[in-house]
Design a protein around this ligand. Sequence first.
Ligand code: UDP
Ligand code: MN
Length: 606
Amino acid sequence: MRVGLPALHRKLGKKRILLLGGLLISLIFIGVHKLNKQRNAAREVQPVLHKQFKQSQLRDWHDHDAMMRDAERSGPGEQGKPAYVVNMEYKEAAPDSLREYGFNALLSEQISLERALPDVRHLSCRTQTYNKQLPAVSIIVVAHNEHPTVLQRTLHSLWNRTPHELLHELILVDDFSTHPPTRFDVSLEQNLILKFGAKLKILKHTVHVGLISARIAGARMASAPVLVFLDAHVEATHNWLPPLLQPIFEAPNTTCTTPIIDTINYSTFEYMRASPARGAFDWSFNYVQLPLRDEERQLLPAPHQNPVMNGGLFAITAKYFWHLGAYDAGLDVWGAEQFELSFKIWMCGGRILEVPCSRMGHLYRDDAFHVKYTNRTDDFISKNYKRVALVWLDEYRDVLYKHISKLALLDAGDVSARHALRQRLKCKKFKWYLETIAPDLLQTYPPVEPPDYAFGALQSQAAPHLCLDSLLIPPRQQIGDLSPCSPDLKYPYATQYWRLSFRRDLRQRLKSNCLEVQSWSPNAPIWLWPCHHQGGNQFWYYDQQTQLLAQGEAAGERRCLEANVTARRVYMNLCDFANVNMKWNFGFVNKTMMKTFFKGLTKWLN
Ligand code: UDP
Ligand code: MN
């Protein structure tokens, strides 16, 4: 029988019902509180969904005419295709140009300043609509010794692919470029003014101030509600801006957005598609990337959380930028500024979103080229790191000091104003940021690295005098030579020293280069490649029983390292326990660690 409330009243008496009522209310209260807590936590980890707007408030911002005109273009580098220098004279000069700039500047001179780029966006971006009332922007481009064609291509792409009703101004900050062809001479300036008219504002520094101060100076000049910061060697793609502005439009006081940064190849100027990623850092303060979370991947191309912005391509309202205290003006020249801003945004109640429908090409220089922005000999980058660590990292600053030991004793200047800012903004702890916004960072880059599963020389059992040797080959090349083994197999020469690290990759001792396999043919070669920390083609396992060295987590993907003793080379082939050429001795195997090798592995099946 169901008991109605009056009946219940009768049954329990007045006192009891009061008690029960109180209990019920507390239970409801606890329940709601818990739900809210869960909701808040969920909000912190969930991917970002656009707010719902009426169709009449939305607009297709694509410039279809310009897109059609671009589709017709042909010539060197057009449609983002790789270009090659054909002329003999150029061919001879190209290597010098590459050495001087870190990219093929001669080739850049042969490519149109208004070249067309491919549309590499997720298909659904093509039909995506955004609010009609998006805010206008001041685009701030800072430049120091940028090649004139590269700089002009940046400006042209922005001019041609930004809706002019949203483009309030284009601010070019020249950070005292001095190198002859890059110097802001009268003719370059005249050309720019002729082309872009009054919307282009040029701020010329008469001393070198560095990129951080240059950006702050540009922001001071800006008068639109939204600031977009860009490098001077980028190329904007069609409709890059509206998707970047939409999340800011929805939450202007707490949002910073970043585009996906595609690669412009330094030697061919090919436009190469990058994948969506979550920016992060390792404990040497290198910028690194983490994969999207599953739920974020499923919702692509919706924007997703970005723990650390990649360099300085981002949009933010001017109001929010200044509210956050801009960049720490004590950061000098270049370095760590993206960490400072990113930590601050997340820890002080904001969010950074990567927006996959917004794409921007970035000319990355050749790895071998070291850009030099100043003749100064003081270690300003380390000083910048320390300032950021002192203000934002809390107890984790010690982890950074452990990895960059010189930081501990370095004088980073006065940071009291930045501490005060952190207090004023009521920012959360760094631990919260790590655990909530980038928990996978702690797994991939643990503050204290667990010991290696195994390390030392890899000695062939088929020819015990031979060991796997990387010689002095730089990364991104095939390797696989067998050389006479070092006398000490546990602590061999550096080029024979391999580590089966806790990330289950096989890496060089001191460098972050890993062995990986890129093809499926029999006798597939192995490559030395920067470690990506994501298993896959860099996943390795050493089996102590069979002494096979297997690559690939899932059984169907697995192959083993095989020696060809006569050729003194190694290759990958299907694993065969009976094949002595596949048997290896590892200098040292940590048996305790090895017992944990399979913990948390999802795909491994024997
Ligand atoms: N830059 C500058 N002053 C400097 C160093 C750099 O104005 O002292 C400019 C540079 O020309 C570029 C931007 O700042 O447009 C970002 O520099 P870079 O591309 O080297 O940074 P990254 O791409 O490595 O983040
Ligand atoms: Mn750059």
